[in-house]
Design a protein around this ligand. Structure first.
Ligand code: 5AD
Ligand code: SF4
Length: 471
């Protein structure tokens, strides 16, 4: 009988892609994927270290498996990804029944490691070098980018895929664990990326999202020719079958004019830019070592609005960073007010062992103040999101249909009218009635209502008057 695999993924899109690749390699080794840990022979957690909360959740999920392992000692339990790289042996100490700990740079070894464990070799640990444990070249080589194998069934949908264009990060923002767990910044060769995208398009993918921690810092030189993200987008734009190209996450300082021109000029490139600001206070930005001032960020926003006027910009903010005063926070609120982001992801600062901010500053904002600032900033952002969605009412938008919406239910008479969900090129969520055959298609939808998070619409069936798209 086929071996059964259960995999749980938390964290960012990079992790979702890593899980897709791990599943692809294990399917090749004879595994099938099951939907509960109880049915599985092998249970894997692909983990995140960006905040303490994400780690706590994994340690308690591991705690719940202690008895399962006692009852069935042949079950293989593995911890993959960023927490594996960060905690390494500590995971075996905290949960001795874990068999496998594999960092994000070593995932290609998983089938072999599982086989070894099956043969009685005991606990296996494979991680990359620490950032100070060798020369730059040695450390780079210890992080494998691991991309060739794909698994359509593990994608967000069969027609949407992630493609990694870079690994690692060299920005070393003082709060952030990513540069130490995901290693040095390395861009993949453009030719490799284009080949992978072509293969995905041949398999029926319509939308590709390019991934990198600072995706717009992409730069790769081969045979004396340097490709930037704008060059890569132009090349990918020519691939037949692809309808949409997105890229996340952007670093404000690298939001260059050539990239904005590419977003403006290439119709398949989504007019959606995720560019985290993190704070609206120069004092805090400096403590975070973000490498820009709030004036630089404003100047960047002005260039975005000027070059791509109909674009949607989203941001991340950390509230309650070390030493953040009410005045600092007010400046963040001010930046959110004037920037009119489509939405913002807001996080309470979570101290990460081994990061620069632990050495430099005390985590001195109370949990209560962090919570209050989080709620306050979210309220300001949500009011803006709701307001800026209103002008969509009455407009026609182009939607890539992703599937049935969560609220969808089959009608009692068995008819196929479903509530579907999709996205506009500017990444707004649209909900509308349709049928299953429309999943994966690009459709025109007229919007009749909107709240802060969703546009509600109906599919345009008759063509009346000239076609005018809005984004
Ligand atoms: N605490 C809270 N939020 C963090 N982020 C990164 N590190 C931390 C931390 N230590 C946030 C940043 C980043 C997003 C992915 O997570 O806002 O953009
Ligand atoms: Fe972390 Fe800063 Fe790199 Fe983003 S740019 S991954 S916040 S170190």
């Amino acid at each position: 009988m086929a071996k059964q695999l259960y995999i749980e993924t938390v964290g960012c899109q990079m992790n979702m892609l890593d899980s897709e690749l791990v599943v692809a390699s294990l399917r090749k080794a004879g595994y099938v994927v099951v939907d509960t840990p109880a049915k599985a022979d092998t249970i894997l957690f692909n983990t995140c270290s960006v905040r303490q909360h994400a780690e706590d959740k994994i340690y308690s999920a591991l705690g719940r498996l202690k008895h399962a392992k006692k009852y069935n000692p042949n079950k293989i339990i593995g911890v993959l990804g960023c927490m594996a790289q960060k905690d390494q042996k500590l995971i075996f100490e905290r949960a001795p029944y874990v068999d496998l700990v594999v960092g994000p740079g070593q995932l290609h070894q998983i089938p072999e490691l599982i086989e070894k464990i099956g043969q009685g070799a005991g606990q296996q640990l494979e991680v990359s070098l620490d950032r100070k444990a060798g020369s730059r070249e040695e450390i780079e080589q210890s992080f494998e980018s691991y991309d060739p194998l794909r698994d359509p069934q593990m994608r967000p949908t069969p027609f949407q895929a992630f493609v990694r264009i870079m690994i690692g990060c060299d920005k070393f923002c003082t709060y952030c664990i990513v540069p130490s767990v995901r290693g040095p910044e390395q861009s993949r060769p453009a030719a490799q990326i284009v080949a992978e995208a072509r293969q995905l398009a041949d398999e029926g993918c319509r939308e590709i999202t390019l991934l990198g921690q600072t995706v717009n810092s992409y730069r790769h030189t081969a045979a004396g020719h340097t490709s930037r993200l704008s060059d890569l987008l132009a090349q990918l734009h020519d691939i037949e079958g692809l309808a949409r190209l997105k890229f996340v996450t952007n670093y404000p300082k690298d939001m260059t004019d050539d990239l904005l021109a590419a977003v403006r000029d290439l119709p398949k490139v989504s007019t959606y830019l995720h560019v985290p600001a993190q704070s609206g206070s120069n004092r805090i930005l400096q403590r975070m070592k973000r490498g820009y001032t709030v004036e630089d960020y404003r100047e960047m926003m002005a260039r975005i609005r000027e070059t791509v006027p109909d674009s949607s910009v989203t941001s991340d903010f950390i509230v309650g960073f070390c030493g953040e005063t009410d005045e600092d926070f007010d400046q963040t609120v001010e930046l959110v007010r004037e920037s009119r982001f489509k939405n913002s992801f807001i996080f309470k600062y979570s101290e990460r062992p081994g990061t620069k901010s632990v050495q430099l500053h005390a985590d001195d904002v109370s949990e209560e103040v962090k919570r209050r600032r989080n709620n306050d900033l979210l309220a300001v952002q949500n009011a803006i999101s709701e307001e800026d969605n209103q002008p969509f009412i009455g407009r026609r938008v182009e939607v890539l249909v992703e599937g049935p919406s969560k609220a969808a239910q089959r009608h009692d008479d068995g008819s196929e009218q479903l509530q579907l969900v999709g996205r506009t090129p500017c990444d707004r969520i649209v909900v509308f009635d349709g049928n299953r055959r429309q999943v994966g298609q690009l459709l025109d939808v007229t919007v009749y209502d909107a709240n802060a998070f969703t546009l509600f619409g109906s599919i345009v069936t008759a063509h009346v008057g000239p076609e005018v798209y809005t984004l």
